[in-house]
Each structure stands twice: as structure tokens, then as C-alpha cells.
Ligand binder design. Structure first.
Ligand code: NAD
Length: 297
């Protein structure tokens, strides 16, 4: 079985699916996730070179005969670092491990004419084994030349999940992470404030009732699942922190009793929504009528 072969191969190493591959260069290989992949490649018999932040003077030399380059650097530096990889051998595979996919994939396709694949391991560097861990991947170019890599990760125990970069990113940050996180915090806040829920509901307009339902339904589901979704990418935390910062700025408006600033911010958002503001007002009126009808049935 997969588990047995993992256990028995872990000490001596894993089966090597592409023994002819020239050296693998891991850019950011001294980092957490890059380091983990370096170990796994080495355990599988590949020759591995780590290209750290101090190594760019020697980069041409290190990259000249690379069979594969894997980028695993901080997200905010990823695209500019990929842009430096403009002289790879034509048949070299260019891959990355970034938790966001569209930007890095685009940057890789622009800088390199050969095979390109985007990977997002859905786990942190602290795992004991890759058994049952998921790696999402986005096809870039020449998928036939990196099938062995996908299979190699399966030999490590991972299961592979193909998705488009855009779908991946859309799913990750705003809708899932921020939305669930704000519901989570609102729930924590309610529980701490401990109001009488029946009384709140009695005082609620239908729209507030819906809002409560959206928050409450989260807590009828699996905590672990939501923890995983919210914490799946550093990008999510950055987004949530920006939200937190804006929350703070809005509180300053309140503390200053600054109605002018409030009105100005309000107008900015109104113009950002554009026609959608009016559209959403009408649409929510329709939804609320439906919700109202069904509650009174
Ligand atoms: P990390 O900070 O541990 O590693 C990044 C490494 O890049 C560091 O060693 C840093 O010194 C190096 N680096 C910085 N600038 C560089 C440069 N100019 N040239 C070469 N190296 C440079 O971060 P990490 O957690 O290992 O994350 C790396 C990537 O893995 C990110 O794209 C992240 O989205 C992705 N990822 C991380 C996790 C996780 O849980 N840690 C999970 C999935 C994906």
C-alpha cells in the first residue's frame, strides 16, 4: 500500500521517477517550504542546489545546467524573483510553491519559454509526512514534461488536485478567508457579549435576521475545516490584517466624531459599487420579501 511504501522508503529514500534529470535548483531553498522540498528531492535521489538571497552573484552558474527550478520565496517577492530567471535552459521545468497562483504563473510563462507548472502545497513545513496531503497544481506549459513531478509527489504520499490559477485565487482570499473569518469574529464577539438571542431576533428586521443566520450557520459546521480554509495561505492573513487596519481607521472617524470623513468615505464606497449599489438594494428587497414570505408560511 501507499502508506507501507512510504514508511519503508522514508529512511532509505523514495523511488526516483526521473533519474536523468539535471540538478534541481530551489530558489528560497533555505526557507521553510523550500527546505522541505529540498529534503524530499534529495531523499528521492535528485541533485539539489539551494539558491538563497545571498547567492544571486553565482546564479547564472547555478542555473546554467538546471533541469528544474522551483521558486519558494516570500509571496511579495515572488514575481520579481521569477522575472530574474530569464536565461534558463529551454527544456528546464520552471515551478513555484506560492500560495497564490495567478501572478506567479503568469510571471513564469512570461520569463521562460519551456515547461511551466504552478504548485500550491496545502500544508505547512511542519508535517511529518506528505501522506494524504493535498498539492493543488495549475498547468502552465508542456504538461507532458512534468508528469513525472506530479507522480513523484504522489510517491511522497501527496494527492494532486488540478485547478485553474484564477479559480484557485478567487476561492482563497476574499470570499473564503475574509468572509469566514469575519463571521467567526462576529460569532466570538456575540458569545462574549452574551445577549439574549431570542430578544435580539425579536428586535431584528429581516435583514439582520439573515445576517445572524449567515454567522450562526458557520458554527453548525466543522471548526477544523474553517480553520484550514482561513489559514491556507499567508495572503489570507495579509488580507484580513488590511481589513483590521481599515476597521481601526473607521473607529478613528467615530472617535473624532468626524461626520465629514464618514460621509466622504461613504461616497467613495458608493461610487466604487457604482450601479451595483442600487441593483443590490433592489435585489435584497426581493430576497427579503421571499425570506419573509417563507418565515410566515
Ligand atoms: P520562508 O520565509 O520560510 O522562506 C522563504 C525563503 O526565501 C527564505 O529562506 C528567504 O531567505 C528566501 N529569500 C528571500 N528573498 C530571496 C531572494 N531574493 N532570493 C532567494 N531567496 C530569497 O517562507 P515559506 O513559508 O517557506 O514560504 C515560501 C513559499 O511557500 C511562499 O510562496 C508560500 O506562499 C509558500 N507556501 C508556504 C506554506 C507554509 O505553510 N509555509 C504553505 C504553502 C505554500
Amino acid at each position: 500500500t501507499m502508506r507501507e511504501s512510504y514508511a519503508s522508503e522514508n529512511d532509505s529514500g523514495f523511488k526516483c521517477l526521473n533519474p536523468e534529470l539535471r540538478p534541481i535548483v530551489v530558489v528560497g531553498g533555505y526557507g521553510q517550504l523550500g527546505g522541505l522540498f529540498c529534503r524530499l528531492f534529495e531523499l528521492s535521489g535528485y541533485q539539489v542546489r539551494k539558491l538563497g538571497s545571498q547567492d544571486w552573484e553565482r546564479a547564472d552558474e547555478m542555473l546554467a545546467d538546471a533541469g528544474m527550478v522551483v521558486v519558494s520565496v516570500p509571496i511579495n517577492l515572488t514575481e520579481q524573483i521569477i522575472a530574474k530567471l530569464d536565461n534558463l535552459p529551454e527544456d528546464c521545468i520552471l515551478a513555484d510553491l506560492t500560495s497564490v497562483k495567478s501572478g506567479p504563473l503568469q510571471a513564469m510563462l512570461e520569463v521562460h519559454k519551456g515547461p511551466v507548472v504552478g504548485l500550491h502545497p496545502m500544508f505547512g513545513p511542519d508535517i511529518a509526512s506528505l501522506a494524504k496531503q493535498v498539492v493543488a497544481y495549475c498547468d502552465g506549459r508542456h504538461p507532458e514534461s512534468y508528469q513525472w513531478l506530479l507522480e513523484q509527489m504522489q510517491i511522497w504520499g501527496a494527492s494532486l488536485n488540478r485547478i485553474s490559477a484564477i479559480e484557485h485565487d478567487e476561492g482563497m482570499t476574499l470570499i473564503q478567508a475574509l468572509r469566514h473569518f469575519t463571521s467567526f469574529v462576529y460569532g466570538v464577539h456575540l458569545a462574549e457579549e452574551d445577549p439574549k438571542l431570542e430578544q435580539l431576533l425579536a428586535l431584528s428586521s429581516p435583514i439582520y435576521r439573515l445576517e445572524l443566520a449567515m454567522v450562526g450557520r458557520l458554527f453548525a459546521q466543522d471548526a477544523q475545516l474553517y480553520a484550514d480554509i482561513i489559514m491556507s495561505s499567508p495572503q489570507n492573513l495579509a488580507m484580513i490584517k488590511r481589513f483590521h487596519q481599515r476597521f481601526g481607521e473607521a473607529i478613528e472617524i467615530l472617535e473624532g466624531q468626524d461626520k465629514a470623513a464618514f460621509t466622504q468615505a461613504f461616497a467613495q464606497v458608493e461610487s466604487w459599487f457604482g450601479d451595483y449599489a442600487q441593483h443590490f438594494l433592489t435585489e435584497s428587497q426581493g430576497l427579503l420579501r421571499q425570506a419573509n414570505d417563507s418565515t410566515h408560511r
